[in-house]
Design a protein around this ligand. Structure first.
Ligand SMILES: [Zn+2]
Length: 158
């Protein structure tokens, strides 16, 4: 028995819908993203300063006393391979959706050493005193934590 072209088209469309449905979260919102990794890049150049990899970071934040640095923050929506420690290709970097109530918080463990200020896609780190500490990054959606990065090392040198 031959399948009519119409039936074939219907079957392909149904298959495509099934794939899309699998990709969607249960709420079906287009702006729904999962955050798996975070990348801190120099603002303007997209040079990665540090990137998370599962439970650790590659790179640290370094500042000289009295300096400030500005960053653009990118994310990966899928985790890197456990054994793949290299910087993920920049074509995979995404920004937090502007819709959907996403927010990024950066908290410096020792606030006497440095402060982090910024929004969902950028940040400014200001060095206040010499020393070492960590910065914790958390991604929130509607006030609920959906991603927490491991603590990122931060050094302020004279
Ligand atoms: Zn690694």
């Amino acid at each position: 028995m031959r399948r009519s072209p119409l039936r074939t088209t219907f079957a392909l469309a149904a298959a495509a819908l099934a794939v899309v449905a699998c990709d969607r979260s249960p709420s079906g919102l287009d702006s729904e993203v999962e955050i798996a990794e975070i990348i801190i890049a120099e603002r303007g150049t997209r040079n990665a300063v540090a990137y998370s990899h599962h439970d650790h970071w590659h790179g640290v934040l370094r500042l000289e006393l009295g300096d400030a640095a500005e960053y653009t923050i990118y994310f990966l929506d899928e985790p890197m391979g456990v054994a793949d420690h290299s910087l993920p290709d920049s074509s995979l970097w995404i920004e937090l959706p502007s819709q959907g109530g996403y927010a990024l918080q950066g908290v410096v463990e020792d606030g006497a050493v440095a402060t982090w200020t910024g929004g969902a896609g950028d940040g400014r780190l200001s060095a206040l005193s010499e020393g070492g500490t960590h910065v914790s990054f958390v991604v929130l959606k509607g006030g609920t934590t959906i991603y927490q990065a491991p603590p990122l090392g931060l050094a302020v040198t004279p």
